[in-house]
Write a protein that binds this ligand. Structure first.
Ligand code: NAD
Ligand code: TDX
Length: 341
């Protein structure tokens, strides 16, 4: 297997969110000499509590700012050698209610970062994307792979698809050294409790019901966030420039299955389920064929879904302050005083 021996200074965007904060922890722990600049504007989804243990780490710096601020990102791109781009509006339901921020961050913000990478001598650029850009599968359809045509169906996935196209265009047009990864649904620690797994776990701890959309038969493929971070690590070090990698968990589950597993782990019965109106345009099924990254980079998921879900439930039980502060809205007060609104 290939190993990195080089030094890297990374600009991580969206590092105060779920996957970005897990990635920063992962990288600083694995590479004792690497440095990380975390650029995050701290939307509702950004929480510096996720990175509290790094506050005094000399290899870590936080910058509060918007990825769509062309001057700021141009300056920051000049200070690093690699950009790993997580920042996004990430919640499908919010994109259905109001999609403006999705266009500004996911499309315009990505464009600003690409310009910054290009304007600073073509910096290495890795773009984090999603399986949702490929559309929706029916039962029995083959899983998405790197050659699947794009067919986004929500404002969120359309904005991510647009950003993927922009990133690829900078490779073809300007020779920007890019890679893209399209990953399935992540779960694990620091997952914002608006997404199904952390919402359902925390609701049940609070003694509330869990809102299952439609008939609960929509299928998602689940990957533990740590496995995702390891895949990104492999791609930024050993990925082929210009290439896309599909990342999946080999764990397709209906939402009903997920719900019953969580209920079982938490000793609750099906009376805790509340069937609610379906999501508009609800994609039926996502599934990922990850054979390319397996064959080329030797990556495959290592955390079995049942183990990962159990660990995740335990994490939420052990860290009630983290999610109750989010649910009661007090989580950003301290950081707003420190960094401004
Ligand atoms: P998240 O919503 O938890 O975090 C997003 C972070 O980006 C937040 O810290 C937020 O403050 C920051 N941000 C938003 N707009 C910004 C802006 N304009 N400037 C600077 N920072 C900004 O998201 P996540 O679940 O960690 O997802 C990270 C990335 O991974 C996204 O690009 C998402 O599309 C992709 N992805 C997520 C999943 C998943 O299951 N969560 C799966 C596949 C791909
Ligand atoms: O309360 C709920 N009840 C419910 O039944 C919520 C929040 C969701 N659902 C269903 C909708 C989906 O079929 O659960 C499934 C998962 O929903 P989310 O957790 O909102 O995730 P999803 O829409 O699949 O998107 C996630 O994975 C791909 C991330 O939020 C995206 O950022 C990523 O690109």
């Amino acid at each position: 297997m290939l190993h990195a021996t080089c030094y890297m200074k990374l600009l991580v965007t969206g590092g105060a969110g779920f996957i970005g904060s897990n990635f920063i922890h992962y990288i600083l722990k694995k590479y004792p000499d690497y440095e990380v600049v975390n650029l995050d504007v701290l939307t509702y989804a950004g929480n510096l509590e996720n990175l509290k243990d790094l506050e005094n780490n000399s290899r870590y710096r936080f910058v509060k700012g918007d990825i769509a601020d062309y001057a700021l990102v141009n300056k920051l791109a000049g200070e690093v050698d690699t950009i790993v781009h997580f920042a996004a509006e990430s919640h499908v339901d919010r994109s259905i209610l109001d999609s403006k921020a999705f266009i500004e961050t996911n499309i315009v913000g990505t464009h600003a970062l690409l310009e910054a990478a290009r304007g600073n001598g073509n910096k290495r650029f890795h773009h984090i994307s999603t399986d949702e850009v490929f559309g929706s599968l029916e039962t029995g359809d083959p899983a998405f792979n790197e050659k699947t045509p794009y067919d986004p169906r929500s404002p969120y996935s359309a904005s991510k698809a647009s950003s993927d196209h922009l990133v690829r265009s900078y490779f073809h047009t300007f020779g920007l050294p890019i890679t893209i990864s399209n990953c399935s649904n992540n779960y694990g620690p620091y997952h914002f409790p608006e997404k199904i797994i952390p919402l359902f776990i925390t609701n049940l701890i609070e003694g509330k019901k869990v809102p299952l959309y439609g008939n609960g038969m929509n299928v998602r493929d689940w990957l533990h966030v740590e496995d995702h971070c390891r895949a990104i690590d492999m791609i930024i070090h050993n990925g082929v420039i210009g290439d896309t990698y599909c990342i999946g968990g080999n764990a397709e589950k209906t939402n009903k299955e997920i719900t019953y597993k969580i209920l079982e782990l938490m000793g609750k019965g099906e009376e805790s389920i509340e069937f609610v109106a379906d999501r508009k345009g609800h994609d039926q099924r996502y599934a990922i064929d990850f054979s390319k990254i397996k064959q080329e980079l030797g990556w495959e998921p290592t955390i079995a879904f049942e183990d990962g879900l159990q660990q995740t439930m335990q994490w939420y039980q052990d860290n009630p302050e983290w999610w109750t502060n989010i649910k009661n809205g007090s989580y950003q007060e301290y950081y707003k005083k420190q960094y401004g609104e």
